[in-house]
Ligand binder design. Sequence first.
Ligand code: FES
Length: 96
Amino acid sequence: MKTATVHFLLEDLLVQAPVGTSLQAIADASGADITFGCRNGSCGTCRVRITQGLEHCSNMGTEERDFLQGLCVSDDERLACQVSVLGDLEVDYLGL
Ligand code: FES
C-alpha cells in the first residue's frame, strides 16, 4: 500500500497514512490540533495552509471553492475536511 507523510507544523507532528485518506481522518487519528466544526466544508474552522505539496491534495469541490473564494484567501489554503491526501504534505493550521 502506498503511503504519504503529513507534517503538521503546529505540533511538528509527522504522520504516515495510506494515499487517499482524508486529511480530516489523519488529523483526528493523530491528535493534530485542527478544529473541525461542520465537517462538510461550510464553516471554515478547519482552514489550513498547505506549505508543501499542494499538488498532492485532491481537487477542490465547488462548495469548498465557493467558501474559500468568499473569504478571499490565497491559493494555498484549503479546508482540511475536504482534502484527500494523495502524497506528502506539510500543513499549517489557520482556523477561521
Ligand atoms: S469543518 Fe467546517 S469547513 Fe471543515
